[in-house]
Design a protein around this ligand. Structure first.
Ligand SMILES: Cc1ncc(COP(=O)(O)O)c(C=O)c1O
Length: 513
């Protein structure tokens, strides 16, 4: 209750411990807090007389109104009481146990059924949380997740976004917005936006749907969470590509399902290996257009095999089509959803890569019979997405700005990919293995078997370089690690400097020539 701030006001009345006030928050609030804390901590006992508002105001050199406001609140909440003609007292009716509220050492340090992660127990001890909470906390800190450093994965070229067009559209919808853009709205999304999305994915991705199947969400991550909630029960088995997107693994693990890693090869997910490991899995999570993180495209025969397995087994396919718009040199491959005749595919798309991640807008294309359940789950989660931004995006798509931006970024990313591969060869060495699909916004360099990629990423993070360790994408320990380098949001100068820093991190551990 004391501070060394030179601006603060102090009063040290003989009958009260010192009251210190500063200029950082309203005076009446500080005075209220002081009395409340003093009463609850037992410094001011029930029945004790407190000074009059006039004398306290004079002593503290604040206005009497300030003191009156604080006291009014304290009366209203039962901390103070008055006795006509004889002054103000600490309330006698505050229960003793409230007055003696003390810090209690928690008795639930170790949660049932599991060990809290070491990095948490070492520091502060973890009180009992749910199994779901434990699963969320099991991942160690990730210092490489500096989303603005060079090579940050999943970051598009933010400085190339058409801000002029965007701000014009935002203003158009913000000046005198229709009530429907401001009020509570449909959990599945703004109808014109859902129509625009249905048309876009139908034309560009070969997805077969009508607007009633489109559900707007706050990005792929929420789409995955809702899909898991609606389709899966705890302990259900789920095929997950090995390696795969850690965000998806976290969702499925967090919902209590049993992850079954299924290897990928040059043709994408090895469906036969999945059948051997667990034929009866309830769902398969796939990134068929551009496998995350290795980059291959799932072959047509594997797609057919997977669809056949799902139909025979009544399983779901969760298709995450996160960056398929960026293919350099060849046309985008149509979505698995478009081949499905048994309505077994839940398709997920996002604007995080084609526009920018903080927009938090993505979409699900859901089989017709599941729309109601998905919509209810969406409503339970966060009601609906910002309708105003959905209206802006509708115009952005309809007026051709999205298509134009994607075409420009495709060229830019193709150049950045080539420049990065070149720079790696020049600065790190020609023998280093680069895995770089002609698509997307990242590439991979493989490290020698003995090198710990997590340690390398941590060292690189200290140098300001945001490379992600490949091994964190694996469920089981990989034979060799690697580094995932995003180039979408990394310009040519950052590519040169970032590669130089990376080479200096790799040299002492034999990962560079
Ligand atoms: C494969 C994959 N899926 C989903 C996402 C999440 O995207 P969103 O921002 O739409 O939640 C990412 C983000 O990097 C990703 O790489």
């Amino acid at each position: 209750m004391t501070t060394s701030d030179p601006m603060m006001k102090r009063a040290s009345a003989s009958f009260l411990p010192p009251i210190a006030l500063d200029n950082n928050s309203p005076m009446y609030r500080q005075l209220y807090d002081w009395f409340r804390t003093a009463i609850l901590e037992g410094h001011l006992k029930p029945g004790r007389r407190v000074p009059s508002t006039r004398s306290l105001a004079a002593e503290l050199k604040v206005s009497r109104i300030t003191v009156l406001s604080a006291f009014e609140q304290l009366y209203a909440e039962g901390y103070l009481e008055t006795s006509v003609g004889s002054g103000t007292y600490v309330s006698r009716s505050i229960p003793d146990d409230l007055v003696t509220l003390r810090k209690v050492a928690p008795r639930d340090r170790t949660p049932e059924g599991g060990q809290p992660p070491r990095h948490l127990t070492q520091r502060s001890g973890l009180r009992k949380v749910s199994r779901f909470g434990m699963a969320l906390l099991s991942a160690p800190p990730e210092p490489w997740s500096n989303r603005l450093g060079p090579f940050s994965v999943s970051t598009p070229a933010l400085d190339r976004f058409p801000f002029g067009v965007w701000s014009r559209l935002v203003i158009r919808h913000s000046r005198q917005p229709a009530n429907e853009l401001l009020a509570y709205s449909d959990p599945t999304g703004h109808p014109p936006f859902r129509e625009a999305i249905a048309e876009y994915v139908g034309t560009v991705r070969g997805v077969r749907c009508d607007p009633s199947q489109v559900m707007v969400v706050t990005g792929s991550q929420q789409a995955l969470e809702i899909s898991a909630r609606v389709l899966l029960d705890p302990r259900d088995a789920v095929w997950i590509e090995e390696p795969s997107y850690p965000g998806a693994r976290q969702i499925f693990a967090g919902s209590g399902t049993r992850l079954v890693p299924v290897s990928v090869d040059g043709e994408g997910l090895d469906v036969k290996a999945g059948v051997r490991r667990c034929r009866t899995a309830r769902a398969a999570y796939i990134t068929p257009s551009h496998q995350y993180p290795l980059g291959m495209t799932m072959s047509a025969s594997r797609r057919m095999l997977l669809l056949d397995w799902a139909a025979r087994n009544s399983s779901w396919i969760i298709e995450d089509d996160y960056d398929s718009e960026f293919r350099f040199g060849s046309r985008p491959i149509a979505a698995v959803q478009g081949l499905d005749v048994n309505a077994r595919v839940i398709y997920i798309g996002t604007f995080s890569k084609v526009l920018f991640p903080s927009l938090r807008v993505g979409y699900l294309i859901v089989p017709k019979d599941l729309v109601r359940a998905f919509s209810r789950a969406r409503e339970n989660s966060d009601l609906f997405s910002s309708t105003l931004y959905q209206a802006v995006l509708t115009d952005f798509i309809r007026e051709g700005h999205l298509g134009r931006h994607i075409r420009r970024m495709r060229m830019l990313y193709a150049n950045r990919r080539d420049a990065l591969a070149e720079e790696i060869r020049k600065q790190i060495g020609t023998t280093i293995e680069i895995v770089a699909a002609k698509a997307g916004m990242h590439l991979i360099i493989r490290l020698p078997a003995k090198v710990d990629d997590v340690k390398v990423s941590q060292r690189a993070a200290r140098e300001g370089v945001a490379v992600m360790p490949l091994s964190i994408c694996y469920q089981e320990k990989p034979r060799r690690g690697g580094l995932i380098l995003g180039y979408g949001g990394t310009d040519l100068q950052q590519i040169r400097e970032g590669t130089r820093k990376l080479a200096s991190v790799l040299r002492p551990i034999g990962g560079s020539q």
